[in-house]
Design a protein around this ligand. Structure first.
Ligand SMILES: NC(=O)C1=CN([C@@H]2O[C@H](COP(=O)(O)OP(=O)(O)OC[C@H]3O[C@@H](n4cnc5c(N)ncnc54)[C@H](O)[C@@H]3O)[C@@H](O)[C@H]2O)C=CC1
Ligand SMILES: O=C(O)C(=O)COP(=O)(O)O
Length: 324
């Protein structure tokens, strides 16, 4: 019998896969937090994980744990060393939500340039004459730098080229592969890109210290638009707040934050030129179903020995189930 703990909301299609599987028992946890997972993880052979942190202490509570299946693709909140030290597999979904996130990035680029939130607030609360002070911008003809040019970055490029933006990308890991492509040229250094861009969009994994701090904001154009749908840790939030307050950043769209959930009284919530969303770039109803199915199947496939090794992040660290 395999015991699966589902650590947060899961689309009905994913639940059906687990509920109907032979020799599988499932515990569903309603909320997405590490504390609620820690309370239920003791008997788990597998955990289906949302975006909450998974640290070494919680992993230690589960002596039988064999696989953590991420619902989604980013795994920066997981203590990979803790999994590796016990030979626990970490799987991710395949390409299940990149279109959804690219659409969200495109929406945020447009909303920020058009000052959509400020515009809405002005109609609801202000005099009509505010329409002369909204400072909306055309996106057509503006320079868009994508930082990270993987699945999400490429799809965002296609969408924004349709709006006649000039698109460049910075992705040091792709430098040698077929650049320029599809009308998108690469910049050789991040600093070159920061100096060129009217709009910045972050589409890369979070792996360590913030990529963008006070010094990087200084190198940007005055009034630059910043969109982040990747992970909050990419941007130094204090530096971001200072850049918004000074006008260096003219407008922004943020889907991800250092601390999630972000408190209601967070300084970022005080800017009417900043559109905020609760980490939903990859959580449309459509993508939620795909993520649920993929992450549930990854667990069953792991125990059947049929999981696609490309979906196992730490496959080099162990080879247990893959040899079955
Ligand atoms: N807001 C949301 O709901 C979602 C957010 N994400 C985030 O978006 C990230 C990207 O997702 P995908 O495009 O599917 O991943 P991907 O792996 O297809 O592309 C990421 C790209 O970033 C590049 N990269 C890595 N480090 C870099 C650096 N320091 N500077 C510039 N480029 C760098 C890689 O070479 C790769 O081409 C995920 O890791 C995740 O954190 C993903 C899905 C949903
Ligand atoms: O795919 C990702 O990395 C995401 O951010 C979405 O994950 P979630 O739906 O929050 O488990």
């Amino acid at each position: 019998m395999v015991h699966v703990v589902v650590a947060g909301p899961l689309h009905a299609s994913g639940r059906a896969i687990l509920d109907n599987a032979k020799d599988v028992t499932v515990t569903y946890i309603a909320e997405t937090s590490e504390a609620s997972l820690a309370a239920e993880i003791a008997g788990a052979d597998a955990v289906l994980l949302r975006t909450q942190p998974l640290g070494a202490r919680t992993v230690d509570l589960a002596p039988n744990l064999k696989i953590v299946s991420r619902h989604g693709v980013g795994y920066d909140a997981v203590d990979l060393a803790a999994l590796n030290s016990r030979g626990i597999a970490l799987s991710v979904c395949g390409d299940v939500n990149s279109t959804s996130v690219a659409e969200h990035s495109a929406m945020m680029i447009l909303a920020a340039c058009k000052r959509a939130l400020r515009s809405d607030i002005s109609v609801r609360t202000g005099p009509w004459e505010w329409r002369n002070k909204l400072e909306a911008r055309d996106v057509s003809g503006q320079n868009l730098l994508l930082v990270g040019y993987g699945r999400i970055g490429r799809k965002t490029a296609d969408m924004m080229r349709a709006f006649n933006m000039n698109v460049r990308a910075f992705d040091p890991y792709l430098m040698k592969q077929g650049w320029p492509e599809n009308g998108v040229t690469c910049v050789k250094t991040l600093d070159d890109g920061l100096a060129w861009a009217d709009v910045l969009c972050f589409c890369l994994p979070h792996t360590g210290a913030p990529l963008i701090g006070a010094a990087e904001f200084e190198r940007m154009r005055d009034g630059v638009v910043v969109v982040n749908t990747s992970r909050g840790g990419i941007l130094d939030e204090h530096a971001m707040i200072a850049a918004l307050a000074s006008g260096k950043v003219g407008a922004a769209g943020l889907d991800v934050f250092h601390q999630e959930p972000i408190p209601h009284d967070h300084p970022l919530a005080g800017f009417d030129q900043v559109l905020l969303s609760p980490h939903i770039g990859g959580l449309t109803l459509d993508a939620a179903e795909r993520m649920a199915v993929s992450s549930a199947e990854n667990i069953l496939d792991y125990f059947n020995g049929t999981i696609d090794p490309a979906l196992i992040v730490n496959k080099d660290k162990f080879n247990v189930a893959l040899q079955n």
